[in-house]
Design a protein around this ligand. Sequence first.
Ligand code: AHM
Ligand code: MG
Length: 335
Amino acid sequence: MAKKNQTLGEFIIENQNDFKYSSGELSRLLNSLRLAGKVVNHEVNKAGLVDITGAAGDTNIQGEDQQKLDVYANEIFIQTLTDRNIVCGIASEEEDDFIIINSKDENHQNKYVVLMDPLDGSSNIDVNVSVGTIFSIFRRVTPVGTPVELQDFLQTGDKQVAAGYIVYGTSTMLVYTTGNGVNGFTLNPALGSWYLSHPDMKFPDDGKIYSVNEGNYLDFPAGIKMYIKYCQAEEGDRPYTSRYIGSLVSDFHRNMIKGGIYMYPKGSKNPKGKLRLLYECSPMAFLAEQAGGLASDGYNRIMEIEPTELHQRVPFVCGSKNMVKKVHKFMQTFG
Ligand code: AHM
Ligand code: MG
């Protein structure tokens, strides 16, 4: 039973019987992510102060190497998961290939792989706008005790055992699911603890917010153009409100709380869409469905798309159930 103000550590222990498999291992993995999230949060919050936002490879005034925050976040998450001997493989939006982790005991007993976007929306860092970390966890499909292979990462979203995000916003929140609803925890920076602030989060079935980069309007498929016109029409509860932060995590988070839809369709600049199936869309789709919302590529459930490559991109439509269904109707009619 979720209790408000319970700490994330307590919540993980109390709910570990909900996990389908090896609860201790998954609990340790979630604990590592919450720790790495705190370290990254600390850096994100002082980004303006310490001039850490310079380009990777730059040298600061003291002659120390500077790192971009997305490179830093990538390293922190990989290092935390590796040092604590918790997973057998990691794939990251920041890495060309997946990383094989050899367990410290001889037989590589770890069963989980993590896929992540360590700092999504990173173009927002320099202007002090919210960014986020997205993670997705699968059980490996190749035999335990052997090095992980590509097929351990190329799994459909339906196979996820957990997924979540951290939003570094006006307050920092960690929101995750293990397939039993969605819960949100807010970091108390003074104490360094995450507290359950948003138990059992749900997308309202309907919403009044649409989030899309309308600068690309001319490039959108006809169905999306027609849906945007529908959102803008004066009829019933419309026109809807347009809100676009340009940080998927933040746009999703707001829409889940208030009711809304996020869209990143394909276009000539992004013929397959911009967002990555495995690091962004699949985990967000798991969260959306667990919160009573929907996520698709405009036609099909994201959770059923068979990945063919690590950095695969897909069109993405995600949010309140009835809004996503409306987009499907427009896509079927106008393409
Ligand atoms: P990134 O992984 O390079 O940060 O790109 C993903 C981000 C999303 O967070 C955001 O919704 C989208 O890209 C914004 O793209 P655009 O600036 O084209 O609207
Ligand atoms: Mg990203």
